[in-house]
Design a protein around this ligand. Structure first.
Ligand SMILES: Nc1ncnc2c1ncn2[C@@H]1O[C@H](COP(=O)(O)OP(=O)(O)O)[C@@H](O)[C@H]1O
Ligand SMILES: [Mg+2]
Length: 252
């Protein structure tokens, strides 16, 4: 691949599979041989806990933001690296809110290392604070996971507004790469909402839906992505298909 794709996985709504999608797609890409860096930008550190042990890391994305020290990269495998997060990140807006170019911290921290990777995936928090703004400023692409229910669909409008705002100001290159329907269940409401989403958003919605699958929710307890945990379960099959679709979309 020629240029590093920096992908922010974002939705202002919590619980819509942002972390699961970041982890699963990142791990599938790494298993295919792409060099992948996953950055945990959420103070809840769910991505960190999903793949690394429960140990508390002293050097995290937070320390790099505060001290302007190089990103602490944990090498899980040759192709899969992770920048952990910690609860201290919860106060980052208060701590750097008055600093100049506060939205460019991540861009600057990535500059010396980004060429080492094919993909950098940023797991964003469910808010439009400075961490999300940093991801949107550094990124080439944005992926929005969306649960096909009534209220999450409303949340998508906020992401759309944020992307337009970012494109007009700090990052004209940022583009919505795709919307992925997650936690899909075979109910009348879900089918109806999916139809609405596909009708109103068109081809930007990935063809692959991620089905609701208990195995997906179990995998983090074993500190594994769902494909390494059980490659035959619906969640693994769907995330492999989604990653193939992502690669096709990027290369077309
Ligand atoms: N396809 C799925 N099937 C079943 N459970 C899922 C699926 N995707 C995510 N989950 C579970 O739903 C919860 C929220 O997912 P998560 O990825 O943490 O969302 P977010 O990062 O958007 O808050 C987690 O407990 C996760 O394990
Ligand atoms: Mg999350």
């Amino acid at each position: 691949m020629s240029k590093t794709r920096i992908i922010a996985v974002s939705n202002m709504k919590g619980g819509c599979s942002k972390t699961t999608t970041t982890v699963s797609m990142g791990c599938v890409l790494a298993q295919k041989g792409y060099k992948v860096l996953l950055i945990d930008l959420d103070a809840q550190a769910n991505l960190t806990c999903s793949l690394l042990t429960d140990e508390v890391y002293s050097d995290t994305i937070y320390t790099s933001f505060i001290k302007q020290t190089e990103l602490p990269v944990v090498k899980l495998t040759d192709t899969l690296h992770i920048v952990p997060s910690s609860i201290e990140l919860a106060c980052i807006d208060l701590e750097i809110g008055s600093q100049l170019a506060r939205e460019r911290y991540l861009t600057n921290l990535l500059a010396p290392i980004k060429d080492n990777y094919d993909f950098i995936l940023c797991d964003c928090p469910p808010s439009l604070g400075l961490t999300t703004l940093n991801a949107f400023t550094a990124c080439t692409d944005i992926i929005v996971p969306l649960v096909a229910e009534v209220l999450p669909f409303e949340g998508l409008k906020l992401v759309d507004w944020a992307i337009n705002m970012v494109r007009k100001t700090v990052n004209p290159e940022a583009k919505l790469l795709g919307v992925v329907i997650t936690q899909s269940v075979n109910t009348r409401l879900c089918r109806m909402m999916e139809q609405n989403i596909r009708q109103s958003l068109g081809d930007i919605v990935f063809k692959t839906n991620i089905r609701n699958n208990t195995t997906v929710a179990e995998a983090p307890a074993a500190h594994k992505d769902v494909v390494s945990y059980d490659k035959k379960c619906h969640g693994a099959i769907d995330y492999i298909a989604l990653t193939e679709e992502l690669l096709t979309r990027i290369n077309s």
